[in-house]
Structures are given as structure tokens and as C-alpha cells.
Design a protein around this ligand. Structure first.
Ligand code: FE2
Ligand code: FE2
Length: 308
């Protein structure tokens, strides 16, 4: 019974975070393609819609099923998300269903005095399988895009390393979900050194993307982003060295939490600045909010387990 409950909570919490992330990757991709690539623009739109649908199903199943502290964690939406969606839709012309964000913020927390619906675990299991199928299709599509960009057959305003970055995040999500699906008692909130290495590298790339997408006149912000990139490069290497010694090595912990908190605060200020037209860049406000949520997700992983 406990493991069934854990399976439901771990699945729903993971899906609420990552389905939104994958849906947004396709918004950023759609906005970065050339007008002539109509087929790819339609493909990005189809994937965005598919992941919006899966997110809606997850939101419906999540109502009343997750502890309040999980719902309040700022990895699903931040105080900027709704405004960033509206602004990004206005700037890009890409439709963004903000109803999903409103659904997220109005989810009711779990009431421990109520029993879990008897068929919920089966429904979550079925949904997880649908998501796994969709993620496999996404991985195929993203790797074809990257291949075409690398052999100069396709042009996008998304850096090739950002295309690779979003593929890595998709793969990570797929692995975590498969882990839960195969072993309902698996603890995906555990942070072995290999996971810390992965997320430190993700944070490093966020800093590099921000640095590279700022207007050249934004010298102060450029320097700050550059400093974060260097710091996370070092942390990634340290984690990499530790992971060669043993899989069970203690994570870098406090050092990583400090650096990620500082980067998260920088991203938060940047999102606010972009929404208020105070920063010159080629960064969509929703992209800034997106990387902010990824930092929050990582911080929630690093700090004491919230699903216990
Ligand atoms: Fe992402
Ligand atoms: Fe990312």
C-alpha cells in the first residue's frame, strides 16, 4: 500500500515538472525555426500539443493526491510563469495554453484522512506508458534535428548545444520515469554523484546560454553569467572526478547548493528584468522562467527529500 502511494506520488510529481519542460522545449524550438521549414514548425506544434495534453491528464490525476509541500515547491510554476507565457505568446505568435498553469496553481493538496481512489495507480501506470512512448518519439525527432543542424542542412536560432541540452533533459526524464515504472519503490529523489554531475553540467550550460543570448552591451550581466559558467564547469569536473572513484561517493552538497542558489537568484532577477523590458537580449521570457524552474527542481533534489 505504501509503495503504491509512493509510486503514484513520485510519478505525478515527476510528470508535472517534466511534461511542462518538454512542452516548452517545443515552444522555443518552434520560435527558432526558419519560415521555410513549415513541416518542422508543424512538428514542433504537434509535440507541444501532445505534451500539453499529457500535462492536462497529469494535472487532473494530481488533484488531491500530492502533499501541500510538494505543490508549493517552486519547480512547477514560479511567480513569473503566467506572465512569461502571455508575453512569450505575444512576442512569438505561438499559442501557449495558460489554463494549464492556472490548473497547476489551483491543485488541491492531499487529504490524509481520505483514501486514494482504487484505480489511480493503474491510471498513473497507463499514463506513464503513454509518456514513455511520446518521449521516445521526441528523442528521435530532436536527434534528427541536431544531426541536420550539425551537417548544415538546417538553420535554427537555437544553439546546437542547446538542441543537445534539451535532448539530454528528455533522456534524463525518460530514464527516471522508466525507473519508477519498473521498480515502484525506486527512490528517484536520491542524488548520487552521477546525478549531481548531470545537473551541474545543465546549470553550467544555462549560464553559457544566458551569456551568449545577452546583447553585447549588457556587459555586467555577461560577466556574471560568465562567472557562473566557470563555477559550474569546476563543479561538474569535481563531480566527474568523484564519480570515477566510486558511485557511492558523497555528493558535493553544500558547495553545489550555494552555487545553485546564487544562479537561481540571478535567473529570477533576469526573468523579472526581461518581463519589465530592462534587459537587452534574444531570450524569450518563458525561456528565462524555464531555466529558473530547472534550478528550483535541482535545489529541491539537493535539499532534504520532499516526498517522504
Ligand atoms: Fe529545459
Ligand atoms: Fe535546461
Amino acid at each position: 500500500m505504501v509503495s503504491k502511494q509512493k509510486f503514484i506520488e513520485e510519478s505525478l510529481a515527476l510528470n508535472l515538472f517534466f511534461l511542462r519542460i518538454i512542452k516548452e522545449h517545443f515552444i522555443f524550438l518552434g520560435a527558432s525555426l526558419m519560415l521555410k521549414d513549415k513541416q518542422l514548425i508543424s512538428q514542433a506544434e504537434l509535440f507541444k500539443n501532445l505534451f500539453s495534453k499529457l500535462l492536462k491528464q497529469t494535472l487532473i490525476l494530481s488533484n488531491g493526491q500530492l502533499p501541500s509541500k510538494v505543490l508549493k515547491s517552486n519547480e512547477y510554476v514560479t511567480k513569473y510563469t503566467l506572465e512569461a507565457e502571455k508575453k512569450t505568446q505575444k512576442l512569438s505568435g505561438i499559442y501557449i495554453d495558460s489554463q494549464l498553469t492556472l490548473m497547476q496553481t489551483s491543485l488541491k493538496p492531499k487529504d490524509d484522512s481520505k483514501k486514494c481512489p482504487p484505480l489511480l495507480a493503474d491510471e498513473v501506470y497507463k499514463l506513464n506508458n503513454q509518456i514513455i512512448k511520446a518521449l521516445n518519439a521526441v528523442i528521435k525527432a530532436k536527434s534528427k534535428l541536431l544531426k541536420d543542424v550539425l551537417c548544415c542542412e538546417l538553420f535554427t536560432h537555437m544553439y546546437p548545444s542547446m538542441l543537445h541540452h534539451v535532448s539530454e533533459e528528455t533522456l534524463y526524464y525518460l530514464e527516471q520515469l522508466k525507473k519508477i515504472q519498473c521498480s515502484p519503490t525506486a527512490d528517484i529523489k536520491e542524488v548520487p554523484i552521477s546525478k549531481e554531475k548531470f545537473w551541474n553540467h545543465i546549470m553550467e550550460e544555462h549560464a553559457l546560454f544566458i551569456r551568449g543570448m545577452l546583447d553585447p552591451s549588457e556587459k555586467v550581466l555577461y560577466e556574471i553569467a560568465d562567472h557562473f559558467a566557470e563555477e559550474f564547469d569546476k563543479l561538474t569536473m569535481e563531480a566527474s572526478d568523484l564519480s570515477k572513484i566510486t558511485h557511492a561517493a558523497p555528493p558535493l552538497g553544500a558547495k553545489t547548493v550555494r552555487a545553485t542558489t546564487a544562479l537561481r537568484d540571478f535567473k529570477s532577477t533576469a526573468t523579472d528584468g526581461l518581463l519589465n523590458c530592462k534587459i537587452k537580449s534574444v531570450i524569450l521570457p518563458l525561456l528565462s522562467d524555464h531555466v529558473l524552474r530547472e534550478a528550483n527542481y535541482y535545489l529541491n533534489l539537493l535539499q532534504p527529500h520532499i516526498l517522504c
